[in-house]
Structure formats: structure tokens, C-alpha cells
Ligand binder design. Structure first.
Ligand code: PXP
Length: 245
């Protein structure tokens, strides 16, 4: 199982002062030293954290490292992706007001646009993932849209499964876990690679990482970066890597 470390949160700290530190390249280097299998970044339309030059610099500096670019299904960002050529893009829904990505992409209603962006990506040699809720209809739509992978949104599971979070609810956590497992099995049976992410922590990731044959990759950011404040990034990444392995 692979670990993609989402380093948007490092850029958030930098952009809080619109300064030049902490360095994103240095952060990526520490993640790799800690055993990360790839780096994930989200170039949002409002550029609240990752900036265009970050995306280009990361690609140039780490040409051999798996770079996963999260992006809205819009032409302006697709154009940048085709120039940068990350290894993969993950299409996500985007709302200006949200704190973080809320809910999965509606692959059913957005299928025409998603198909057209996916084709552009494929022409540039970029694999396409769709960030969707764990729902059978969305999984089927993802396959129809020509995606190579789905990233299942683990946000609801994460919200209910952590005893310290205000919405902790053991029963709902179990239900959400079942939804994730069924969606993952369906996606796999349709030939899609299955990834997962959002709200995953050192604790709750174990429920999914135990499913060795289902999930290929986890994209995790906030909990790792929060731990890094206390123990350093390399150590925080290696602790997560150890768990998911
Ligand atoms: N995957 C996707 C598609 C996301 O939008 C995010 C959040 O940026 C993540 C994974 C990582 O989520 P978290 O920071 O909660 O670990």
C-alpha cells in the first residue's frame, strides 16, 4: 500500500503570512525521507495554499517522485496540468467557501466535462482519478467517464470513527466503513485502482489499511502535518507509513 502525503497544509502555513517559508521542496524531501511513496498537492482555483510555481518546481525538483495533482475539473487548471505533467490528477469538487474539500465529485451529473478533461489528461500521459463518495452509482459513473482510479472520500467515516471528534458515533462509523468497502470492491471489479483519503488519521486508517487487497493508495495530509509539528515531518511520515504497511 502506498502513502501519498498531502503537503497543502505546509503551503497554508506559508501563505498565512504570504512569506517564503516553510519551503515546500524541503518539506517534500522530508516526506520522501520518511518513506512517502508520493507527494499530493491541490492547486485550488483561489490559490489559497499551493501556488502555480510550487507545482512546476516540485515536478522539476523530484522528476522521479510520484506527483498527484488534485484539481477541479476546469480548463484553466487542466491547462497547467498538461504543462506540468504530474503522474496523476485527482479531480475534486471545489467550493470557494469551504475549509477543505467537502463531499465527493458528482461524476454522474458532471460526466461530460469529466470525460473531456480525462481525455486531455490521457493525451498528456497523466492518469486520472476521481474523488467520489463511496456510492455504487458514482463508481459506475467514474468508470464510464474513463477514469483510471477512484479515490474514495473517507471524510464521513473519519468524522464518526474518532472518539475524540464531536460527531463520534460507532454505529455510523461501521456503516460508513461498509460503504467504503462495498464501493472499493465494486470499483476493483470494474478494473479501477482504488485509493482513499480525507480525514484519515494514525488511528482510523487501520480499519482500511487492514484491507490489503482493496486499497492501493492513501492520500493523507492534515493529521501527518499536525503530528510533524511535534515530532518533525520525516518521523511523522514514517509513523504513518509503518501503520499502513
Ligand atoms: N484527498 C483529497 C481528494 C483531498 O481533497 C484531501 C484534502 O486536501 C486529502 C485527500 C487529504 O485530506 P486530509 O488533509 O484530511 O488528510
Amino acid at each position: 500500500m502506498r502513502l501519498g502525503v498531502n503537503i497543502d497544509h505546509i503551503a497554508t502555513l506559508r501563505q498565512a503570512r504570504k512569506d517564503v517559508y516553510p519551503g515546500l521542496l524541503a518539506a517534500a524531501r522530508e516526506c520522501l525521507k520518511g518513506g512517502a511513496d508520493g507527494i499530493t498537492i491541490h492547486l485550488r482555483e483561489d490559490r489559497r495554499h499551493i501556488q502555480d510555481k510550487d507545482v512546476f518546481l516540485l515536478r522539476q525538483t523530484f522528476p522521479e517522485t510520484h506527483l498527484n495533482l488534485e484539481m477541479a475539473a476546469v480548463d484553466s487548471i487542466a491547462k497547467i496540468a498538461c504543462q506540468v505533467k504530474p503522474d496523476s490528477v485527482c479531480l475534486v469538487p471545489e467550493k470557494r467557501q469551504e475549509l477543505t474539500t467537502e463531499g465527493g465529485l458528482d461524476a454522474k451529473s458532471g460526466i461530460k466535462k469529466i470525460k473531456s478533461i480525462s481525455q486531455k489528461m490521457r493525451h498528456s500521459g497523466i492518469r486520472v482519478s476521481l474523488f467520489i463518495d463511496p456510492d455504487a452509482g458514482q463508481v459506475r459513473a467514474a468508470q464510464e467517464a474513463g477514469a483510471d482510479m477512484v479515490e474514495l472520500h473517507t471524510g464521513a467515516f473519519a468524522e464518526y470513527s474518532d472518539p475524540q471528534r464531536p460527531n463520534f458515533d460507532r454505529k455510523r462509523a461501521r456503516e460508513e466503513l461498509q460503504k467504503l468497502l462495498s464501493a472499493a470492491k465494486l470499483a476493483k471489479s470494474l478494473g479501477l485502482q482504488v485509493n482513499a483519503g480525507h480525514g484519515l488519521t494514525y488511528k482510523n486508517v487501520r480499519a482500511l489499511s487492514g484491507q490489503k487487497k482493496l486499497f492501493t493508495e492513501f492520500n493523507i495530509g492534515h493529521n501527518i502535518i499536525a503530528r510533524a509539528v511535534l515530532v518533525g515531518l520525516k518521523q511523522a511520515v514514517s509513523e504513518m507509513k509503518e501503520i499502513i504497511e
